[in-house]
Design a protein around this ligand. Structure first.
Ligand SMILES: [Zn+2]
Length: 482
C-alpha cells in the first residue's frame, strides 16, 4: 500500500473524536485510501512526501445536494429570475431539458469538475441516473452517492399562476421499482467510491403510498433516503389543500422523518415569513425526529429566499449539511452563503460562523450519509484531503485560515485534492478532465438545451429572448458619434 506523507503543514484541521481542532506545523499521512496519522512529527516511512509548508490541510467537503447532471446547462439563464406569481420559485416555469443523454453527461462532468475544484470530495448526486451516468461519475474521481429520483409524476403550470400535478399510481410504482433496481445494482457493483440510496422526489410529487413504501423498503434493504421537502410556497399550500398537513407532517405520517432520512431544503416551514401558518410546528417536529437537514443556500438565495435559519438548526443540535444544488457547484461558495444568509436571518454576526458552516460541510454531510469515515482527518477515515495554498493573496493575511477560506478566498485557493488517497486536483486543475475541451462541449450542450426547450416547452410559448433577456440590450455596433 502506497504511503503519502503531507509533511509540516502550517495548519491542519484535525478531528479529536468529537469535533474539528486546529493543529499547527503538523503531518497528515495516508496509506492507500485510509488516513493513518494526524499529528506532529511523523517519523515513519513514506513513498510520497508532499511539502505542507504554506498549506492549510482540511478534510474533503461533502455536498449533500447536487444536481450536476442538468444544472450547468442553465447557467446564465436562471439568475435574476423567479416566478413572481408562484412564490419566486424556479421549479415551475423553466422547463429546460437537455437535448440528449450525451449532453446530460457533459453537464455532469462540468458540475463534478467544479465540485472537485472547490475541495468537494463526496457528493449526493440526484437525478435520473443510470449505469452509464454512474460510469461518467466514476471517471471524474469523486466519491458519490448517485440516485435515480422517482415520483408519481410531475408538477407543471399551464398559466404561470397555478401549479397542477400529473400524478399516477402505476407510474409511481414503476418508477420506484426502477429506482430500487438501480440503487441495488450500484451498491452490489462493489465500486470503491460509488454508492446509491433511495430518492423519492418530494411530498407533493409523491403519493403517501409511495412514501410509505419507501420507508418499508429502506428498512428492509438497509438503505438511506433523500427527499426534497418544503422547497416552495406552492408546495406548502398544495399539501394543506390535499392533505390538511404541512410537508414535514406528510413525511412524518409516512415514516420519513427519521435519522436515516435527509430532507432537501426545508425552507418553507410553517413559521417561515413567506408562509406564516399557525396550526403547526414544523421546526419542532423535524428537530425531535432526528432527521437530517440538507440546506442549499445559494439556489434559493439568488431568488431572495433563505432559511430562518441555518444556525437555528445548528443551535438546536439538529444535524445540518450543505449542498450546491444547481450552479456553481462550488462547496466553498456554499459555505459562505450559508454563513451570510444565517447572519442576516438571525440579525446576528455570531451566527452562521465559520465553525458552523465548515462543520456542516464536513461532519454534517458525513452524518447525513451515515458515514463515520468521511468529513474528518483522523486515523481510519478515508483519505479525502484538501490542501489550500496559504500563499495565495486571497488567503492573506492568515490569522485564522478557515475564516480566510470561507469569507474571502473560497475555492480560488484550493491547491490539491485527494479522494481516497488519489490525487484528482493538482495546482487547482482537475486531472481527470481536459477543462478547455469540457468548456467547449458545455457551451454547445447549453445552446442545444435552450433552443430545444424554448419556446417548445413553455406554457406561453415564449422565445428564449423573451424568457431570458440579456443583462444589457444588444447593441448593433454602430460607432458612437460625437
Ligand atoms: Zn434538489
Amino acid at each position: 500500500m502506497s504511503v503519502t506523507h503531507i509533511k509540516g503543514a502550517d495548519w491542519v484541521v484535525g478531528f479529536d473524536g468529537s469535533r474539528h481542532r486546529y493543529l499547527r506545523n503538523a503531518d497528515v499521512v495516508f496509506s492507500g485510501d485510509t488516513i493513518t496519522y494526524v499529528g506532529k512529527r511523523y517519523v515513519g516511512a513514506a513513498d510520497t512526501v508532499v511539502d505542507g509548508s504554506g498549506k492549510l490541510v482540511h478534510p474533503g467537503l461533502i455536498n449533500t445536494h447536487g444536481h450536476a447532471s442538468m444544472e450547468a446547462l442553465k447557467k446564465g439563464l436562471l439568475e435574476d429570475r423567479g416566478s413572481s406569481k408562484l412564490g419566486m420559485s424556479g421549479l415551475f416555469e423553466y422547463p429546460l431539458r437537455a437535448h440528449s443523454r450525451d449532453d446530460v453527461h457533459v453537464a455532469l462532468r462540468a458540475g463534478l469538475t467544479e465540485m472537485l475544484k472547490s475541495g468537494c470530495t463526496t457528493v449526493l448526486e440526484e437525478g435520473s441516473h443510470d449505469l452509464d451516468s454512474v460510469e461518467v461519475v466514476e471517471k471524474t474521481g469523486i466519491r458519490a452517492y448517485t440516485t435515480r429520483v422517482y415520483s408519481n409524476g410531475r408538477w407543471f403550470t399551464s398559466n404561470g399562476h397555478r401549479v397542477d400535478y400529473d400524478l399516477d399510481n402505476a407510474r409511481g410504482e414503476k418508477a420506484m421499482q426502477e429506482s430500487l433496481d438501480f440503487t441495488l445494482a450500484v451498491n452490489a457493483a462493489g465500486k470503491q467510491r460509488i454508492r446509491s440510496m433511495l430518492s423519492p422526489l418530494s411530498p407533493d410529487a409523491c403519493s403517501k403510498d409511495i412514501l410509505k413504501e419507501t420507508r418499508r423498503v429502506a428498512d428492509q434493504k438497509g438503505l438511506r433516503v433523500h427527499v426534497h421537502c418544503s422547497q416552495s410556497v406552492p408546495e406548502f399550500h398544495e399539501m394543506i389543500r390535499r392533505h390538511g398537513q404541512t410537508p414535514p407532517e406528510v413525511l412524518d405520517e409516512c415514516g420519513l422523518l427519521a435519522p436515516d432520512v435527509s430532507l432537501g431544503h426545508l425552507i418553507f416551514l410553517n413559521d417561515h415569513p413567506w408562509i406564516q401558518f399557525q396550526a403547526a410546528n414544523d421546526f419542532e417536529l423535524v428537530r425531535a425526529s432526528g432527521a437530517n437537514v440538507d440546506y442549499a443556500p445559494w439556489v434559493f438565495g439568488r431568488r431572495g429566499i433563505i432559511q430562518y435559519s441555518f444556525a437555528r438548526w445548528a443551535r438546536a443540535g439538529v444535524n445540518i449539511s450543505l449542498g450546491t444544488d444547481s450552479f456553481p457547484q462550488d462547496m466553498m461558495h456554499v459555505m459562505r452563503w450559508a454563513a451570510i444568509f444565517s447572519k442576516i436571518a438571525d440579525r446576528d454576526p455570531h451566527q452562521g460562523n465559520a465553525a458552523q458552516v465548515f462543520t456542516a460541510a464536513t461532519l454534517g454531510g458525513a452524518n447525513t450519509l451515515g458515514r463515520d469515515d468521511l468529513g474528518r482527518l483522523a486515523p481510519g477515515a478515508k483519505a479525502d484531503v484538501v490542501l489550500v495554498d496559504l500563499d495565495n493573496l486571497w488567503m492573506r493575511p492568515v490569522r485564522d485560515p478557515l475564516r480566510s477560506l470561507v469569507f474571502t478566498a473560497t475555492s480560488r485557493a484550493v491547491d490539491k485534492v485527494f479522494v481516497g488517497g488519489e490525487l484528482v486536483v493538482d495546482d487547482g486543475r482537475v486531472l481527470t478532465e481536459d477543462e478547455a475541451q469540457l468548456a467547449v462541449e458545455l457551451q454547445a450542450a447549453a445552446e442545444r438545451t435552450l433552443e430545444g426547450s424554448f419556446p417548445a416547452l413553455d406554457w406561453a410559448k415564449r422565445s428564449p429572448d423573451e424568457m431570458f433577456p440579456y443583462t444589457f440590450e444588444l447593441w448593433d455596433g454602430e460607432p458612437l458619434t460625437t
